[in-house]
Design a protein around this ligand. Structure first.
Ligand code: CTP
Length: 401
């Protein structure tokens, strides 16, 4: 790994994981980077600025001004090719999301024009808290990268997600982020959300899908440089990103047509939408009225086109097709059947039996099913799930091509 000629500002905040920061800086320097360290005043309680100044071979700043000298945060922001905040505490995350500027780390962040990567590290419950997750969403929407916290033993003694990844891993991620965007030049088609099948002008057959998972996938692929076509069923959620083009649809037929327009040009196809399996044979032109008869009317249904099965059959060797399976029983068995019958490269299984997984919520628990493997993951935020799925696709797709 070579960082020759690259300038990295490492910002350290008040989290116990700060003890790993000198090793992180040392590894960057060993790989040829020039590193300047800045710290929040709280971080200096966890790790000594003297140690960091010694390993970085540069002065360490932890105040906006010191001894009547104003520290030029704008200059630091312009100097850096990468601004890495590691570890990033819950407090700093909140300030980053809200543009607060009460220390040198915030000042450099607000003036940085370079790429920004953030490695949150905190206790599991703090990491999972909706306000922390919301702050991470906001920060991602500014185009910054959030490096998901790792699983393992935490300072509290609990075991869960919240650890800062090891320095060697952060160095790998920084290298990828600086030199290569894994999906640059790739075209990714994603569908998401529910479909509504009209019965009459006021009623439809629909489902509870929100599109959250597919939107998170679209954002992650776009952040990695892909050109994303997102075909979105009826949902109030949306996303704005310069690399995402959204086509809004309502019915399963519309979803098929919109996806089919982009299918042949796509390298990776991720079908996360909850597409209706059946639609009414006839859509009544006028509202169906209640009659005085006790007999309930019946609605005749017909099958919709199975988009995943169609693309699974049509896919060319360079295309990688991912389906989802939402199951309530015999989950792995059903997911494996879908992998086979729909000829997908990968099925992402979610079970409605799992607490914290399902419609409309921010977390998910998945198992990745391939022909010869099953990989189960713990409960994570949908953003982190998106990153796990996309990492897996990148590895599998790169190996195949
Ligand atoms: N799917 C699709 N077109 C359909 C129905 C489903 O492309 N008309 C896709 C979904 O987007 C998902 C996968 O097929 O990627 C599995 O969807 P799921 O609802 O779990 O399974 P179904 O095939 O609909 O089977 P069942 O409802 O019996 O579980």
């Amino acid at each position: 790994m070579n960082f020759e000629g690259k300038h990295i500002v490492v910002a350290i905040t008040g989290s116990i994981a700060a003890y790993k920061a000198p090793e992180l800086v040392r590894q960057f320097i060993k790989a040829g980077a020039e590193v300047k360290v800045i710290m929040t005043p709280d971080a200096t309680k966890f790790v000594s600025p003297l140690v960091l100044a010694t390993v970085s071979k540069n002065e360490v700043l932890y105040q906006i001004s010191s001894d009547e000298v104003w520290n030029n945060h704008v200059e630091l922001g312009l100097w850096a090719d990468l601004f890495l905040i590691a570890p990033c505490s819950a407090n700093t995350l909140s300030k980053l999301a809200n543009g607060i500027c009460d220390n040198i780390v915030q000042a450099v962040y607000l003036s940085a024009r370079c790429k920004v990567a953030i490695a949150p590290a905190m206790d599991e419950d703090m990491y999972a808290h909706p306000s922390t997750q919301k702050n991470m969403d906001t920060i991602r929407s500014f185009g910054n990268i959030i490096i998901p916290a790792a699983f393992g033993e935490l300072a509290s003694g609990l075991i869960g997600q919240g650890r800062m990844p090891e320095p060697s891993e952060l160095v790998n991620i920084a290298h990828e982020f600086l030199f290569h965007k894994a999906l640059t030049g790739k075209k990714v088609l994603i569908n998401a959300g529910p479909t509504y099948e009209k019965i009459d002008p006021v009623r439809f057959i629909g489902n509870f899908a929100s599109g959250k998972m597919g939107i998170a996938l679209a954002q992650h692929c776009a952040n990695l440089g892909a050109e994303v076509q997102l075909v979105l069923g009826p949902t109030t959620l949306t996303i704005q990103h310069s690399h995402i083009n959204i086509t809004k649809v309502v019915s399963a037929d519309e979803m098929f047509n919109a996806c089919n327009t982009h299918f042949s040009a796509s390298d990776i196809i991720i079908l996360s939408a909850a597409v209706a399996d059946y639609k009414p044979v006839h859509i009544a032109e006028q509202k169906i009225k209640k009659t005085s008869s006790e007999e309930a009317p019946s609605i005749q249904l017909e099958k919709t086109k199975d988009i995943l099965a169609f693309f699974g059959k049509e896919k060319k060797a360079h295309q990688y097709v991912v389906g989802f399976a939402l199951e309530t029983n015999d989950e792995v068995k059903h997911a494996k059947e879908k992998l086979h019958t729909k000829n997908a490269n990968l099925i992402v299984l979610n079970s409605l039996q799992e607490e914290g997984a399902g419609f409309g919520i921010d977390t998910n628990k998945i198992t990745l099913i391939e022909k010869d493997s099953e990989l189960a993951f713990p409960l994570m935020s949908k953003k982190d799930v998106a990153s796990v799925i996309v990492d897996h696709i990148i590895k599998a797709h790169t190996c195949a091509n």
